[in-house]
Ligand binder design. Sequence first.
Ligand code: 13P
Length: 240
Amino acid sequence: NWKMNQSIKSSIDFVKENYNDLLELTKKSSIIICPSFPAIPFVLQEIQKSDLDIGGQTCSPFEQGPYTGQVSASMLSEAGCSFCIVGHSEQRAFLKQNDDDVSLQAEQIFKEKLIPILCIGETLKERNEKKVKKIIEKQLLGICNFLKKTKNTESPICIAYEPVWAIGTGKIASNKEIEEAIEFIDTFLKKYKIKNYALMYGGSINSSNVKKIKKIKKIDGFLIGNASLDFQELKKIVLS
Ligand code: 13P
């Protein structure tokens, strides 16, 4: 997740300069790059023949219409994205998105047959108040109900557990904290008979701490912010 960090030029340079290495990395792991909206077509042009995937960083909760500044899931699909992040804590915090908004966005993403990367996780205050499970449940509920109601429990979905206090702070959650959250998410999804899901962790992942987190059996992948801007770091993370 490059967030609003790379310019269009530095996004293109990143994939151009590291193209062969990126191809090697895709043999080890699925790699999804989430550039800024304007960089998406340029990045896609560079990686057309590769197994790399592109994702949007968010999308509109609406399908189409007079919503200035919004980008629809169908536009992302048309642009060539196959994934879309939804419910990122930065969106929840800065744009005051609530769980209903996030569910509507996810519905649009499913409708376009893109794969949502749903971000969930508690703030430090919520953790200190022992509300982690309650928050996770609240953040999963709308989407799980939608999938159940529409009989879409086979639709692929990625769930990224990103404790808000670990994002961009250099403070990573402990294995015990991640395990407890991931276990809870896994059980919750199973209760809703959601079948096709990947569980990820995000928050201050880098090449020095990733090995430890990879020991958690139920973690399928990582949502990486800062460390994904440095190709050598990204490479070490994938190869660790
Ligand atoms: P950092 O890896 O910079 O903490 O960001 C995590 C994140 O928000 C990924 O979506």
